[in-house]
Design a protein around this ligand. Structure first.
Ligand code: ADP
Ligand code: MG
Length: 183
């Protein structure tokens, strides 16, 4: 699937179209990787979501060639087993949020070490995911005219589909905290 899209991308010369293809490819991959994990796991209904986050974020770093541009990533994720109906929307959300960091947090020229930290754990029947970058944060203020499909998708999935909550702080870089009930 991904290699097919890669092939198609090679014949595109319009940057805008390329961007749409890349983002779509990443969304598809976030779900496809869950199915790969499912096939490899003993349980057909739950996956090790900590390992999934590691793999997904590494794949995104490669897609955005972020390692070459000096972005340092750390993932501190507990091996929590998460049911599929939560894992799939969560994977999409992480894909959106991490893509945003790689796309917007570190516009060049950027002074100092670019860093993104992700922590994931379970506490009292709730999943907690924190994604923090030391990028430009609130200097990129959104206007109403922005077509921000990503933000809408994230809110829809977290709040409506998963009954969770999302908090964003933009004092120093961007820090996003997600809480998602397991039941
Ligand atoms: N980690 C971040 N650091 C800086 N700016 C960000 C970050 N995440 C999001 N943004 C800003 O918020 C805007 C909205 O993001 P999003 O809704 O995902 O839209 P899109 O990714 O399609 O532009 C982005 O265009 C960007 O300006
Ligand atoms: Mg986005």
């Amino acid at each position: 699937m991904n290699s097919l899209i890669n092939l198609q991308m090679r014949v595109l010369d319009d940057e805008g179209v390329k961007t749409i293809f890349r983002d779509t490819q990443n969304r598809i991959r976030s779900m496809a990787m869950i199915h790969e994990k499912l096939i490899q796991s003993d349980s057909l209904i739950r996956i090790d979501f900590g390992q999934y986050i590691q793999d997904l974020c590494r794949a995104l770093l490669r897609t955005f060639a972020a390692a070459e541009s000096g972005v340092r990533m750390s993932v501190d994720a507990e091996p929590v087993h998460v049911p599929l109906k939560i894992a799939v929307p969560c994977g999409l959300v992480i894909n959106e949020l991490f893509s945003n960091v790689l796309k917007y947090a570190f516009p060049e020229p950027f002074e100092g070490q670019k860093e993104v930290h992700i922590t994931f754990k379970e506490n009292d029947g709730q999943l907690e995911l924190i994604m923090r970058d030391n990028g430009v944060g609130k200097r990129t203020v959104r206007t109403k005219s922005d077509t921000s499909l990503g933000r809408e998708l994230v809110e829809l999935l977290i709040v409506q589909q998963l009954n969770g909550s999302m908090n964003i702080e933009t004092d120093q870089g961007t820090r996003i905290v997600l809480h998602i009930p397991l039941e």
